[in-house]
Design a protein. Structure first.
Length: 276
């Protein structure tokens, strides 16, 4: 771990795609307060989407970072260590605090019970630590297209893949420019659908704007962060806490799923308004 400079701040974020997208305002606030000397440690394919806030992005899967989380004692310290995540028992805080020359900063990633959005929850903690809490504005990207993101259930509650196909057919019949964007794990993608090998390519595609409809997923959060209007079905999480950033419509599916015709009507209403 000697490649990092002694005056570097180490930001540890081990969350998935959705967690990282919801933390962008925290990244902005930390970057503004600390400056450019921040090394982000976590899953590179997610953190690199926001690499402008960091000097470097490092993979937690590299062996050289193992001493931070295993039994070995790291041989170096950092000017400051920041952990954005869950640490219910405090084990990571206990281990990492002595390695931070400035006071160790822990930002709980998301609330357990409190009905506050994840972004607001993190910003409130930053403000309490004495930093200016800055919210990253999501600039709406309006476009005459609707992107549907079907997924295979894989043991989770999801709006059925077949529903997305029926939705695409009905929207196309109504004259709506409709695109099926397939998840990487779909075994047999539908004819004419899109699939991207990397998240950077997907984010660039989202830069074209439009409406994005999906189950609750990390990709929904990426679409929201890129400025798309998101329509998201929530099956096991509370929308008030977990909805994507930016302009969004979140639908809680507690007892029953919305019908295909209901979603068609909703999307047609959004596209007809001309202001997505």
């Amino acid at each position: 771990m000697s490649s990092a400079t002694e005056d570097q701040t180490l930001l540890i974020h081990l969350g998935g795609l959705g967690d990282v997208c919801l933390s962008e305002s925290s990244f902005l606030s930390l970057f503004t307060f600390i400056g450019a000397q921040i090394t982000a440690l976590g899953y590179v394919r997610f953190l690199s989407l926001f690499q402008d806030y960091f000097t470097a992005v490092r993979s937690v899967e590299e062996r050289r970072w193992l001493p931070l989380f295993a039994g070995d004692v790291p041989s170096r310290t950092w000017q400051r260590i920041i952990l954005i995540g869950k640490d219910r028992k405090g084990d990571l805080r206990h281990r990492l605090s002595p390695l931070s020359r400035y006071p160790f900063l822990f930002i709980d990633m998301y609330p357990d019970e409190e009905p506050i959005h994840v972004e607001d929850y993190q910003l409130r903690q930053l403000a309490a630590s004495g930093m200016e809490a800055l919210r990253k504005e999501v600039v709406p990207r309006h476009a005459d297209r609707v992107i549907l993101y079907p997924e295979e259930p894989r043991g989770k509650r999801k709006w059925a893949y077949e529903n997305f196909l029926a939705l695409a057919e009905m929207l196309n019949a109504a004259g709506v420019n409709t695109i099926l964007l397939e998840a990487p794990d779909v075994d047999r993608p539908a004819e004419g659908s899109l699939r991207f090998s990397g998240l950077g390519e997907m984010a660039a595609f989202f830069g074209g704007g439009g409406v994005f409809f999906s189950n609750d997923s990390g990709v929904a959060h990426l679409a929201g962060a890129c400025g798309l209007t998101t329509v998201t079905l929530f099956h096991d999480q509370r929308p008030a806490i977990w909805h994507p950033r930016g302009k969004n419509i979140s639908i809680a599916c507690e007892d029953e799923y919305p019908s295909v015709t209901h979603i068609v009507s909703l999307i047609l209403k959004i596209t007809a308004s001309g202001v997505q």
